[in-house]
Design a protein around this ligand. Structure first.
Ligand SMILES: Nc1nc2c(ncn2[C@@H]2O[C@H](COP(=O)(O)OP(=O)(O)OP(=O)(O)O)[C@@H](O)[C@H]2O)c(=O)[nH]1
Ligand SMILES: [Mg+2]
Length: 271
């Protein structure tokens, strides 16, 4: 933890942006500067997993000069999902009203965050707002064709398997209402990569919450290295498939119970 730990009153009732980092020493300073300029009232928590490139020190330096920036240091790479869960707990413990997820690599443009926040307070009453690449108006810049195909295909598969009305469920630029986030069983979330994003959206939908998508322009990182891997894609594919099967089995079980009830009712009337 950086030497500035904000009193709860500084965060309470406000927006807390969680920025997970692993080897983002070259990208973090610009991202934080843009974020602080775009949403000056927001508090920022960088969650660094002992990055070998010294991102943790860079983050500490930035936090030292800015009371609205804090750093949570974790020993060694533990994955994006668990970094976010640690950041969420930190935010909820301090009474944040809104919790935001944002990458450090420049793909999520801080200047678009005010639109996400406006939607969160808008008439649809969402518990979760997702900055979406795949709704009308959303787009990607400088993304290799194979990444776009993978993301579109993965999201279509997810939507059909889960019957979830979300076009970009793997997106990681999002804003949660804190009460909705606090109601999720964060201790049960075991997903690590893209799947973490699907997992949380799916839990919000199953809990009866509204998920709203806002179009964004996603910009491929210009510096640093992607942590996307085959294992992360595999994790998402396996888990989403299992959740889809589970959903169909539950629906089938409900249909059988319903049919048995109807037959029992008819038999009962005849006897
Ligand atoms: N604390 C922490 N942060 C991580 C970890 N893995 C990735 N990150 C950060 O999470 C954010 C997203 O990671 P990226 O490498 O950009 O992965 P991605 O956005 O899914 O993949 P690309 O689309 O290729 O950029 C970045 O800010 C990373 O530094 C991790 O294990 N721990
Ligand atoms: Mg990225």
């Amino acid at each position: 933890m950086s030497d500035h730990t904000p009193p709860a009153a500084e965060v309470r009732g406000g927006v807390l942006v969680v920025v997970p980092t692993y080897d983002e020493a070259t990208t973090l300073p610009t991202t934080l500067a843009r974020l602080r300029a775009a949403v000056p009232d927001a508090h920022v928590l960088v969650v660094d997993d002992g990055s070998p490139d010294g991102t943790g020190d860079v983050a500490d330096r930035l936090a030292h000069g800015d009371a609205a920036v804090d750093v949570l240091h974790r020993p060694g790479k533990q994955g994006l999902g668990s970094a976010y869960v640690a950041g969420f707990r930190w935010a909820l413990d301090r009474g944040a009203a809104v919790v935001v997820e944002m990458d450090a690599d420049g793909s999520h443009q801080p200047e678009e965050l005010p639109r996400l926040l406006a939607a969160l307070h808008g008439p649809a009453g969402p518990g979760l707002v997702i900055g979406s690449r795949w709704v009308p108006g959303g787009r990607v810049v400088n993304w290799p064709r194979h990444r776009e195909v993978l993301s579109r295909a993965g999201n279509t598969y997810t939507r059909l398997a889960l019957g979830m009305p979300v076009r970009d469920a793997t997106a990681g630029f999002r804003a949660f209402r804190a009460d909705v986030l606090a109601a999720l069983p964060l201790g049960e979330v075991a997903s690590e990569g893209y799947c973490f994003q699907v997992d949380l959206a799916w839990r919000v939908v199953r809990g009866g919450g509204v998920v709203q998508e806002v179009p964004i322009t996603f910009v491929e990182r210009a510096e640093g290295r992607s942590k996307m891997s085959r294992a992360i894609v595999r994790e998402a594919l396996v888990r989403v498939t299992l959740w889809g099967i589970e959903r169909h089995l539950r629906a089938a079980a409900r249909a059988v119970v319903g049919a048995a009830g109807a037959v029992g009712h008819r038999v009962g009337r005849r006897t």
